[in-house]
Design a protein. Structure first.
Ligand code: BG6
Length: 484
């Protein structure tokens, strides 16, 4: 199999916050890898812009160091990195003042796609957007890219949307949820809508329940300040898990086009019932011999922010009424493992009698690591002794099935940045989607506050608090083990 790389037209990309963590870890290495893949023309300008007083040579050094540290691959050795650095420029700008803006405009060219990446805190979005217009850097064809957190709640998300809308139209705004850029997340859509096999069964008549797990082993040290204001609900559920839920639950869009896809996702979010507080478990990791507790990683030693959430929710529409969705995510868990598990109902009648046993079909879509799909099917246990049933996996690991191509899969940022340049918004969140997601999450968080709820402690390296297991057991179900 040969991967096809379609080069994009030359472009000017300004990265505000160009010397920051996200730019160094993700954006610059992603651009470099696309450059190595031959997708970015040599005649491209990537301009870092930040408050730090630095010249182009200084920023080229920052870029080179970041690429070496965060994964530039072979290109770091064969001279491609030096070539790429010719695309890199820098301008010192003051987001809240006039300094640097005329000079920055001078670095941009007419007649090329211009994109502005706001790799800064949301409190600067308004200032940047306004200055891009006032100083004549942006026009009606320019694009702006913003990152999460997109608001802290519905009110702040609305305010951010309104601020951006004063200067840019919705089709110019690219809100990144990097989960949508993951290859396997897009594969969810390919599996659902590219196969005739699943769609007839993809509803409450055949699906008993769906589990979505995003488990991480990392703790929150190093980003305790941000995290303690967010917690797992705002950091992961409101965006990444919600997007996964949408892709699993949505109706087939008529076309794989931005608004067709986003309209369907929005309908799912709007069909979510409010969550009963008995159906949510919050947790916070405690300490053990090798791991410090959550509270030592944040400033407030009595913090009641959650580092784990498990919940049960219902999508109230004709397709899903009666099929619960169980979501869980947390830090410091036993493995890093993200997967979606679709558990089908029992066969309506067992012709083999009670001694044969029954097994359910289970479709597991593994997002990371070891991306792949497994379908468990029921067969006869081999050998004599009558008809006894067992379930076995029909396995497809992408690495095995696709060979070296599976390893060359671009990371989420590579795909998403190229989509910005191509002007394709399909994998970006629309303003109304973000607001609808907050409208669903806000009452949950507000309920915790009102009831003065304290998260349940859980052992680092475990699967989360006991109560999360009970959430399923009460319904006669159980979580799939968290396995790497
Ligand atoms: C980020 C969250 O959006 O996603 C982090 O802020 C989290 O807390 C990260 O660790 C997980 O992303 P990934 O790609 O490693 O699954």
């Amino acid at each position: 199999m040969v991967s096809r790389v379609i080069p994009v037209d030359r472009f000017d990309l300004v990265i505000f916050g160009g010397t920051g963590d996200l730019a160094r870890r993700k954006i610059l290495p992603a651009l470099f890898r696309r450059y190595c893949a031959g997708q970015i023309p040599q005649d491209t300008r990537i301009i870092g812009a930040a408050r730090s007083d630095m010249d182009c040579a200084g920023f080229r050094q920052v870029t080179a160091d970041a690429i070496r540290e965060f994964g530039g691959g072979r290109g770091c050795e064969d001279g491609t990195l030096e070539e790429f650095l010719d695309c890199i420029q820098y301008e010192t700008v003051d987001a809240k003042g006039d300094m640097g803006w005329d000079a920055l405009r001078g670095r941009l060219r007419d007649g090329v796609t211009k994109a502005f990446y706001f790799s800064v805190g949301p409190s600067l979005f308004g200032d940047l957007a306004q200055r891009l217009r006032d100083f004549g850097l942006a026009d009606d064809h320019s694009r702006v890219v913003v990152e999460k957190p997109f608001g802290h709640d519905l009110e702040t998300a609305r305010a951010l949307n309104a601020t951006l809308a004063q200067h840019f139209s919705e089709d110019q705004i690219y809100r990144i949820d990097h989960y949508l850029g993951k290859e396997t997340v897009q594969n969810l859509m390919a599996v659902r809508f590219g196969n005739v096999l699943f769609e007839p069964l993809w509803n409450a008549q055949y699906v008993d329940h769906i589990q979505i797990t995003v488990a991480e082993t990392v703790d929150v040290s190093g980003r305790g300040m941000y995290y303690d204001r967010s917690g797992a609900m705002r950091d992961m559920v409101q965006n990444h898990l919600m997007q996964l839920l949408c892709l699993i639950a949505m109706e087939p869009p008529a076309r794989f086009e931005p608004d067709a896809v986003r309209d369907e996702k929005l309908k799912v979010i709007r069909a979510l019932d409010p969550v009963d507080y008995h159906h949510i478990v919050r947790g916070q990791y405690s300490a053990n011999d090798t791991q410090a507790s959550y509270r030592t990683h944040v400033e407030d030693p009595r913090s009641t922010t959650e580092s784990f959430v498990a919940l049960k929710c219902n999508v109230s529409n004709w397709r899903w009424a009666g099929t619960p969705f169980y979501l869980r995510t947390g830090k410091c868990l036993k493995e890093r493992s993200s997967e979606i598990v679709v558990v089908f109902k029992d066969a309506p009648h067992s012709i083999f009698g009670p001694d044969a046993g029954t097994h359910r079909n289970v479709l597991t879509i593994r997002l990371q690591p070891n991306e792949g799909i497994t379908m468990r099917v029921t067969i006869k246990e081999p050998g004599p002794g009558g008809m006894r049933l067992v379930d076995v996996p029909l396995d497809m690991s992408f690495a095995e099935a696709l060979g070296p191509d599976a390893e060359d899969v671009p990371d989420a940022y590579e795909r998403l940045i190229m989509d910005v340049i191509r002007g394709n918004q399909t994998l970006f969140m629309r303003g109304d989607e973000v607001e609808a997601a907050w409208a669903w999450t806000d009452p949950i968080i507000e309920g915790w506050r009102r009831r003065g709820e304290v998260p349940k402690p859980y052992e680092p390296g475990s699967t989360g608090p006991e109560d999360a297991l009970m959430l399923m057991h009460r319904d006669g179900r159980k979580w799939r083990d968290i396995r790497a």
